[in-house]
Write a protein that binds this ligand. Structure first.
Ligand code: KIV
Ligand code: ZN
Length: 510
């Protein structure tokens, strides 16, 4: 067998993924995700759309300057302002590029852009030339390529490559194509665009008909050398092609594909978990590779087979994607050392006061719960001292509720160092706790999202709550985990209020 061809993984979780409703991340969260994607070994991270807002600009700039491995790109339309903003955000970064997009299908050109094809061609060439004036890596994408005239696509790519594009991308923007059809399109572009073999040919698939991964794999077999995808397949509408599914298909069926990536697959599960913790959006339990049941064998006949030989029902090992099995269970007798070791195994390098905080929370949890699972530990890490740092500190929350009583909460907090206490009624115990916290802090924010996730099975599962709040044009997300859902909710709410206060303070100091 010849040497495997290397495929570039272009991750767009922070741009196409983040753009989907419910997946908004703040700058800190995007940075956390970017660091994890770098650890995972992706080749390119699309950090955002610098011209979209000052917040996006800052986040693209911070990620670009902090990363010293994967290439960081920012998306632009063909407008010069977009290209200038991306270059301004990324110049001085160790490894960066510019990604330009314009629609090429008759439908989009006529009804969305209201431009003639010649004007689209002209604008694309000017945009690529301008971007090349700033940097050596320029990707050109023909949006809605799979519904475009193939002759026009060939012309557009030929001219943009002449203008200096180093990557041409052929997106299936609306998830319309099929594997055979996409294979033929990629094959045609590779053959008909002069110099296509000297540059990177990229594919980008959406999942509207559930074929994003299959289409991406077909395109790679046709000769494409870059695939654009997202963690957990998040993205516009039905999402993008899922990174973990593409990478594991190439790895598990390596003899068939003879293609390889630079992804360290043992980090896949943790990357997926980090994203669900940040966004509060979990994956369905039967999701391939990272779902809770992806490696669970329920039927007796399957369990028997797996015990005799795991290959009977497992085409890849849980360890290969970072799901650890047969490890020692942590409980109330485990010490700081064992916890620090497990944190390291899970990919968290924590020490000092952060480790002290996690250890304290771990002991409290272990006292209440016999077994503390990895997912519980990850939740303790990710809740970032929820409700314990910032302007507001949650000291205690107590609620009374039941079939014949009005839900009432009594909350004690520190506000700028001053102790405050209040009790209020609500429509339910969580509502009562949140109303009381709002009374104490004087916040006028409204709750835009509230999600509870049971981290592990059973009635003693740790509950992880994610809340999003809005105050005028400012939004913030907070997370909290606890065995008690009301306490987890209060922690998440206070954490969101602290983040909102921080954001307001930053804006005032600009
Ligand atoms: O789906 C799409 O066409 C895109 C482009 C920006 C590549 O996301
Ligand atoms: Zn897309």
């Amino acid at each position: 067998m010849s040497k495997a061809r290397r495929i570039q993984i272009f991750d767009t979780t922070l741009r196409d993924g983040e753009q989907a409703p419910g997946f908004t991340m703040n700058a800190e969260e995007k940075m956390q995700m970017a660091q994890q994607l770098a650890r995972l070994g992706v080749d390119t991270i699309e950090a955002g759309f610098a011209a979209a807002s000052p917040g996006d600009f800052d986040s693209v700039r911070e990620i670009g300057h902090a990363m010293n491995g994967p290439m960081i790109t920012s998306l632009c339309r063909t407008h010069f302002e977009d290209i200038d903003a991306s270059a301004e955000a990324l110049k001085g970064s160790p490894n960066w590029g510019i990604h330009i997009v314009i629609a090429s299908s008759p439908l989009h050109m006529k009804h969305k852009l209201m431009m003639e094809p010649d004007a689209v061609l002209e604008s694309s060439v000017r945009a690529v030339e301008r971007a090349r004036g700033y940097c050596g890596q320029v990707e050109f994408s023909a949006e809605d390529a799979t519904r475009s005239e193939p002759e026009f696509l060939v012309k557009l790519f030929t001219e943009t490559v002449k203008a200096g594009a180093t990557v041409i991308n052929i997106p299936d923007t609306v998830g319309y194509t099929t594997p055979t059809e996409y294979y033929e399109l990629i094959d045609r572009i590779m053959n008909d665009v002069p110099g296509a073999d000297q540059i990177t040919v990229s594919v980008h698939c959406h999942n509207d008909l559930g074929m994003a991964v299959a289409n991406s794999l077909a395109a790679l077999r046709a000769g494409a050398s870059q695939v654009e995808c997202t963690i957990n397949g998040i993205g516009e509408r039905a999402g993008n092609a899922s990174l973990e599914e593409i990478v594991m298909a190439l790895k598990t069926r390596s003899k068939l594909f003879n293609l390889e990536t630079g992804v360290q697959t043992e980090h896949l599960y943790q990357t997926s978990r980090l994203l669900t913790q940040i966004t509060g959006m979990s994956v369905q339990s039967n999701k391939a590779i990272v779902g809770a049941n992806a490696f669970a064998h329920e039927a007796g006949i399957h369990q028997d087979g797996v015990l005799k030989n795991p290959l009977t029902y497992e085409i890849m090992t849980p360890e290969s994607v970072g799901i650890k099995s047969n490890k020692m269970v942590l409980g109330k007798h485990s010490g700081r050392h064992a916890l620090a070791d497990r944190l390291r195994e899970l990919g968290y390098e924590v020490g000092g006061t952060e480790l002290n905080r996690i250890f304290k929370e771990f002991k409290r949890l272990a006292d209440l719960k016999k077994t503390v699972y990895d997912e519980d530990i990850e939740a303790l890490v990710s809740q970032e001292s929820a409700g314990q740092e910032g302007r507001y500190v949650l000291r205690s929350v107590n609620v009374s509720s039941g079939t014949h009583s009005t839900p009432t909460a009594t909350v004690e907090m520190e506000v700028d160092g001053e102790i405050k206490r209040k009790a209020c009624f609500g429509d339910g115990p969580v509502d009562a706790a949140m109303i009381t916290i709002k009374e104490i802090t004087g916040s006028r924010c409204s709750l835009t999202q509230y999600m509870v996730n049971a981290i592990t099975g059973g009635t003693d599962a740790l509950g992880e709550v994610t809340v999003s709040i809005e105050d005028g044009d400012k939004t913030a997300t907070g997370r909290g985990a606890d065995l008690d859902i009301v306490v987890a909710s209060a922690k998440a709410f206070v954490s969101a209020l602290n983040r909102l206060a921080l954001r307001k303070a930053r804006i005032q100091s600009l």
